[in-house]
Design a protein around this ligand. Sequence first.
Ligand code: UTP
Length: 475
Amino acid sequence: MSEIRELYEANNQGHVFEFYDALTDAEKTSLEKQASAIDLDEIADLTARLIQTPDCQDSGFSEAVEPAEYIPLEKNEGGDPARWVEARAKGEAALRAGRVAAFTVAGGQGTRLGYNGPKGTFGVSPILHKSLFQLFAEKILASSKIFARPIPWFIMTSQSNHDDTITFFEKSDYFGLPSDQVNFFSQGVMPAVDEEGKILLAEKTQIALSPDGHGGSLRALVRSGATRQMEADGIDIISYFQVDNPLVRCIDPAFIGFHLEGNSELSSKTVSKAYASEKVGVFCQRGEKTLVVEYSDLPEELAEATDTNGELLYRSGSIAIHLFDRDFVHRLGSGTGESAQLPFHLAHKKVPFIDSKGKINAPEAPNAYKFEMFVFDALPFANNPIIIETAREDDFSPVKNARGIDSAQTARDDQLRQFARWAAGAGIKVETNDSGLPAAAFEISPLFGDTAERFASSWDALENKTELTEGVVLA
Ligand code: UTP
């Protein structure tokens, strides 16, 4: 019996090799490879702690939690325009010095959207239906030109979408970016287990594996060699964003400036929650530590509590836009030094599996547990974390669902509203409804203008100005 099989037998997971003897040599090798990548002690520990004694999961909430402080937008109460000007200049200098890389986490399964393909390949722009990846590529290209430094882009995929993601970029010629500016690596996986901690088989040759959560990005950045490569290239700031948000400013000089000014290891953007029960995590403070408390863990009376201005007390919503210090990622991602690795969270899901008779079961109720890490769990480990406020309409409109809230339709409308605001700001007459949605749908390419100011200057310089009627694209 091979060493790995013996190990699995000794750990009460021998059933993973139940069908092994009937497999081809290639299948045997593949199964052994999958099995070797799993840390059985970790699975046993997680089963005991999270599944069998669920009360010991730390939700982050405790009576001692207070709302976290953040730097308000220049235009909002408490905002200091001079401070923002200074931060912007500082960020621009860092960009000109080539200290910044863009980083997209694109390893999620996108189950809610139900789209067949990597989520980044999903078309979202209003007229040309450009994919999320194309929009990010063009924003990164625009910033690379403005700051006269190629901004490297790191994209984290999963085992199941890695090849399709790369093929998509190759077919599209990297959307104008030099191919060596774009780096792909796959995130880690974790097996699904039943309530006794037994690892499930998806097929006779295949362990039921799923990505280890966006928090897995930290160790994946280290394991893939990305942090080492960044170090060699003089990059110490990692601009993190998720694949599902077409409005995100992939590169934001003011944010970078605040991050540097505060000597922060992990900076975050916040928007005020739209309403008390909005399903976003909230930035909180517990003693010296900053953390995100998930909406499901924040007691209702606190979620609804207001301050003396009548605003929500716990309003500071997390929108998954961060700046990481490279050494911090290295420290946390390699699990060295004082910081342990990020904790795992449990998700109870429906996972199809092969039973001991070799029959496929498609459960109708959750039957299995998956283990995931969350990126915001890095916050309590960071020194000097900074949170800055941003305007939702300038940074956040995620595509999560096939329809309704946070869907392709809402993201399309939010892009159109942004284009209409930029056009109005440049003195162009645009007819809109009360919500700011233009009567005629038009599109502004990030390469024409990726901010209100850059749109206005490109528009000024345009010799043949067209009317912004239905279907017009400014490229
Ligand atoms: P979500 O939490 O929206 O998860 O991910 P998801 O898997 O994409 O979608 P659902 O829940 O199945 O519908 C937020 C971001 O984190 C990335 C996603 O790709 C997205 O950019 N992510 C999530 C990863 O990169 N890896 C993961 O394991 C999970």
